[in-house]
Structures are given as C-alpha cells and as structure tokens.
Design a protein around this ligand. Sequence first.
Ligand code: ZN
Length: 236
Amino acid sequence: MLRSKIRTSKGNYPVLRLMHGLHQFEKEVHTSNQDFFARLAQKQSPDAIFITCSDSRIDPNLLTGTAPGELFIIRNAGNIVPDYNEHIGGEAASIEFAIEVLGVKDIIVCGHSQCGAIRGLLNPDSLTEMPTVSQWLKHAERTKRILSDNYHEQDSDCVHNIAVQENVLVQMENLRTLPCIARKVMKREIEIHGWVYEIESGRVYIYDPVDEEFLPITLGKNGYELVSGDGLPTSV
Ligand SMILES: [Zn+2]
C-alpha cells in the first residue's frame, strides 16, 4: 500500500510531503552541511534538556534558534514529568541519561498557550473516550488542585492560562523528585527553568522566582533581562 502510493504519488497523501522533505534534506541540507553532520555523528553535547508538550505547533529549535544537537528534547501531552515516587517512565529515564551521561546542567519545562492537555485536565468530561490521556493527566492533578484552591470565578480562558503556568511550576517541582536531579539541585550543579510559549504573540515568558511570575525578556544595555510588570496575567 505504502509502496504503491509513493510510486504513483496519487491522491492527497500527507506522508508524500514528508517524503519530499526527506529527499530534500538528504540531497540539499545534509549535502551542504557535511562537516556539521559528521561532527554530530561523532557525539552529542546538548546545552539543555527541553521538556515541552507534543503539540505540533511548538518547534523548540525554531523558538530558541538552536540547531540539531543543541537541545535534548522530551515531549509528551502537557509537558509532564511524573513524580518519581509515583511513576518511573521514559521521561525520568531520558532525563537521567542527559544528566549523568551527557552532563547537561540546565532543564527547561516549557508549557504553551492553547494547550489541549490542559483543556482536558480542566474538563475531564471531554476525556471519556480517551482513558489513556485521562490516566496520564493524573500526573498533573496537583495543578488542578492548586487552581481550585486559589483561583475562583474566572473566565475559562483566564483559568486555562493560569493552569498552563501552574502546571509548569508543578512539573518543575516533580523534576526535583528524580534522584539524579535532587542531588545536583542541592549542590547547585543544575538549574531548572520554567517557560511559557504564547503561540499568538511568539513570545516566551520565563518564570522569575523572585517576582513569582512569568515575565518576557528584553535585550537591555547589560544583556538580556526580564521585564517586570509585563508578565502573564495570573488573575483577572
Ligand atoms: Zn499542549
């Protein structure tokens, strides 16, 4: 089936577009960057672990202006890192490898606007046909608790935006339950960062533990700095 579709190139077959991309990559991109890929083939040495949602609208390399080999990317529905005491899975294994073997020292948890996983978390009735998603989102249950304890009578967009932010903070906390991270955080050998990507504006907000809010960055006289007073809204 796949072979005949490729051969005839007939019909609206989305994977054909990808095949075209593969061909172009091999013949053009790879060919004109042979030294770069030869170096990549030898080893990887990423600058950061980037944990984000599986949402197709997020491109970590595009967002951060990085190339292959510069980000160790972990993705799932809702940019979740399960609490190590409750679940040991692919996320913990990938993180452990990146820290212990590759020596990565910065971990970014990046949530985003219009997140379907967060919508599901806030509207569990919408998940009745998706028992696996429902089960997975239990790892973000604390986000929901924080919302119901602290935020009331707000419109649904606002609740969603706050939930995205709170979920990033919850997952940053969960990261600290991993033994390899707990140890290194104590010795200040690792730093955990919280980001929220706003698809509409193209802006990424960075969590400032001092102001306790997600703030945009600007390029000031002394380099990049967080802009106080222009953070993501946390209440109406
Ligand atoms: Zn999402």
